[in-house]
Ligand binder design. Sequence first.
Ligand SMILES: NC(=O)C1=CN([C@@H]2O[C@H](COP(=O)(O)OP(=O)(O)OC[C@H]3O[C@@H](n4cnc5c(N)ncnc54)[C@H](O)[C@@H]3O)[C@@H](O)[C@H]2O)C=CC1
Ligand SMILES: CC/C=C\C[C@H](O)C(=O)/C=C/C=C/C=C\C=C\[C@@H](O)C/C=C\CCC(=O)O
Length: 336
Amino acid sequence: MSGKVAVVTGAARGLGRAFTEALLKRGDKVCFCDVDVQQGKQTENELKKNFGDDNVQFLPCDVQKDEEFKDFFNRVIQKYNTVDIMVNNAGIMNENQWRTTIDINLTAVIHGSLLAMNHMKNKSTGGGLIVNVSSLAGVMPVSFCPAYTASKHGVIAFSRSWALQPELKRNRIRITCLCPSFADTDIIKGTDDRVHGPELARMVMKQYGLMVFPYPNDQTLYFEIVVSTLNPYYVAFDSENSHLYWTGRTLGKINRCNPNGSDPTTIVDVSIPVALTLDTHNSTQNSIALHKVTFDGKANQVVVNLTAWPIDIEIGMSVIYMLIKLKYYRYHIMSV
Ligand SMILES: NC(=O)C1=CN([C@@H]2O[C@H](COP(=O)(O)OP(=O)(O)OC[C@H]3O[C@@H](n4cnc5c(N)ncnc54)[C@H](O)[C@@H]3O)[C@@H](O)[C@H]2O)C=CC1
Ligand SMILES: CC/C=C\C[C@H](O)C(=O)/C=C/C=C/C=C\C=C\[C@@H](O)C/C=C\CCC(=O)O
């Protein structure tokens, strides 16, 4: 699955940089952009040292500017001939500049997705993956940043709506959203005049917890899961079956029941909803049986045993969706 060509927007720092590193570690080539040229060049130098000059490139681009964004995307194709993975990550949070917030967080994500789709459906090898970075603010109201929240809801609505299009399935293009909650990046620094109610923002942040770099088990892990399931021969969309994947701080484990009766093997940690991935991947294979769900009263001791065999991580993750459906996650929120 590695050896793909990826584009990441807003990757001079923060989550975009972490996603870029996750892709480079997989063996992909990454071309990233940012409006902050100085930081972009510095990040490029650091990444080139670790991953090789030919594998990573920075190009300045303000995704808010249509022509610039288009030129950037075309330059990547000129250099690498193709784009297999498009990560629309660039974002800001500023309620005072609500129009700019919508422009960058939603309009540019729509633009980036369309640029990618247009290219992916026409390329000879066909197919690709679009990862749009939304937020937990994309699935729930957040009183201290309404415009930001609207932009992130829009990203999910746009992505899910496209996912329903048979055209995407036909062209083997998959579209997905990542929905983190709070990660320790510049976007949340100085949460003051950019939000309505900094006190509440700080309180909510404390309640939900802050993911800190290098995200060994959080964002990048999920990013890797999303990307590693990119399979040009197995792509389907059905929003009815859309998955909601939650990740973040570890809450418990999903265990695989071994057919020989030996102790279950842990395949993935179940986590509290510090972050969420909404995935439009087909779930027709995910008719697993929930064998047992036990709670011992501690937030980190949920055990979910699966009877299906063999199962892969995708199928395992659908259990988390069930937990959400069953509203167990409320329990988790209340217990932290
Ligand atoms: N850190 C967090 O708690 C969360 C972040 N997110 C989302 O993750 C994405 C990345 O954010 P972070 O890494 O946390 O923030 P960050 O502030 O560390 O990084 C954002 C990057 O985007 C760049 N950028 C901003 N406007 C741009 C534009 N017009 N064109 C090109 N680049 C631009 C910035 O220069 C910066 O390098 C955003 O979409 C954000 O909304 C979602 C949920 C939680
Ligand atoms: C202050 C920084 C804001 C957002 C930046 C970050 O990029 C992001 O996207 C994080 C979003 C996280 C949201 C997480 C949870 C939000 C929960 C709210 O619905 C809770 C709101 C009010 C609490 C009052 C209450 O109902 O208890």
